[in-house]
Design a protein around this ligand. Structure first.
Ligand code: RAM
Length: 362
């Protein structure tokens, strides 16, 4: 059984690697400039009709967002549409609203958005929907009224649980830990943190583990560094920093390393393997962490957007084909927000044994 599993894992890794390679050129093209880039249309009917599929990420300058964009562009090119990737200068709703308005003027067929705020985008999205544009969210959800469906990386309850367990394990069962999050309005981080808090409160196993503070680095490197420094100064007994953001965890690991605090303060959370490999050695700041495949999140969003343009409405039970990811089905949102979603998979654990492999993939 173990053998079958490891062979399956190996095949999956090779496929992911191949997928990553084939879209590398596209990424280079789309990362060249901040703002907007388009990918070449293929020759299918959709492209002939000029169907454009837009992606709005949270903000520019985050490698995770670039991986997400890489997968989205790959999917859209595969089915013959034209991909537009937009990267707000700031991780705010205001910047995203301006981009939604631009895309309405451009008459795109669909918009997939990683929401910087759960409710604030609604008026702009309603205008887009009234213009016939199919809007979905990915990675960080809008409220259900502002989306047809959401592309969910993994069950947010499961993510909350692995993060609390990691803090418990790394703290040795008791003591202080802090959270270093992204923006205070990010739906995805807020949902994971709420699930962590619920578990801490409800499960007696964690009664000696104390969450002292949740800080916000806004998915900006410098702010994440200064917020980590402030946490270390304010809480000298801190044992663990949990950063449920790829920008935050890399910043926290760097600060702990630079300050010579490895061993005293452990760093974990959700990290991009390529950014974290340097800190995930036997003597590094981060013993282990979690994530999913950000390329696949973008890729799944591309096919989900296509399904909506092709006539699906995002209701529970809608089924569609998502290219190399196979058959997918719309389900009730695992976040419990009352909307629907399409789920990618489970959070994956990265440790010193597998980080070398994965850091080459994303
Ligand atoms: C950051 C972003 C993204 C989140 C990951 C884990 O890159 O905040 O939305 O999903 O971290």
């Amino acid at each position: 059984m173990k053998k079958i599993l490891s062979v399956t894992l190996l095949i999956a890794m090779m496929l992911t690697l191949l997928a990553g390679c084939s879209s590398a050129a596209t990424t280079a093209a789309t990362t060249a400039a901040a703002g907007e880039t388009t990918a070449a249309a293929a020759t299918t009917a959709a492209a002939a009709k000029g169907a454009s599929y837009a992606l709005i990420v949270k903000n520019t300058g985050n490698p995770y967002n670039e991986k997400e964009a890489e997968g989205y562009v790959k999917a859209v090119e595969e089915f013959g549409g034209t991909a537009i990737v937009k990267r707000p200068a700031n991780p705010t709703a205001e910047d995203q609203i301006a981009m939604i308005n631009e895309l309405v003027s451009q008459k795109v067929a669909a918009i997939a958005i990683a929401a910087n705020d759960v409710d604030a985008l609604q008026p702009a999205i309603e205008k887009a929907a009234a213009a016939g544009i199919k809007v979905i969210s990915l990675d960080s959800a809008t409220n259900p009224a502002s989306r047809l469906t959401h592309v969910q990386q993994a069950d947010p309850v499961a993510i909350g649980k692995v993060l609390v367990e990691a803090a418990f394990d790394m703290a040795g069962g008791s003591g202080e830990f802090a959270i270093l999050s992204a923006t205070s309005t990010a739906t995805n981080q807020n949902t994971w943190i709420a699930n962590m808090e619920k578990l801490l409160k409800e499960d007696a196993k964690y009664k000696d583990l104390k969450l002292v503070k949740t800080a916000y680095g806004d998915d900006l490197r410098d702010k994440s560094v200064s917020e980590t420094e402030a946490l270390l100064q304010t809480y000298p007994n801190l044992k663990v920093i949990v950063a449920p953001t790829t920008v935050g965890i890399a910043a926290a690991a760097k600060v702990v390393t630079d300050k010579g605090l490895i061993g005293k303060v452990k760093v974990t959370g959700l990290g991009l393997p390529s950014e974290m490999a340097a800190y995930m050695t036997a003597t590094g700041a981060c013993p282990y962490m979690f994530l999913w495949n950000p390329i696949d999140i973008g890729y799944l969003a591309g096919y989900t957007a296509k399904a909506m343009v092709d006539g699906a409405t995002g209701k529970v039970g809608d089924k569609f084909e998502a290219g190399k990811l196979g058959a997918k089905e719309v389900v009730t949102a695992t976040s419990g927000d009352g909307g629907t979603e399409v789920v990618l998979g489970d959070p994956f654990k990265f440790d010193t044994a597998n980080i070398g492999e994965w850091s080459k993939v994303y």
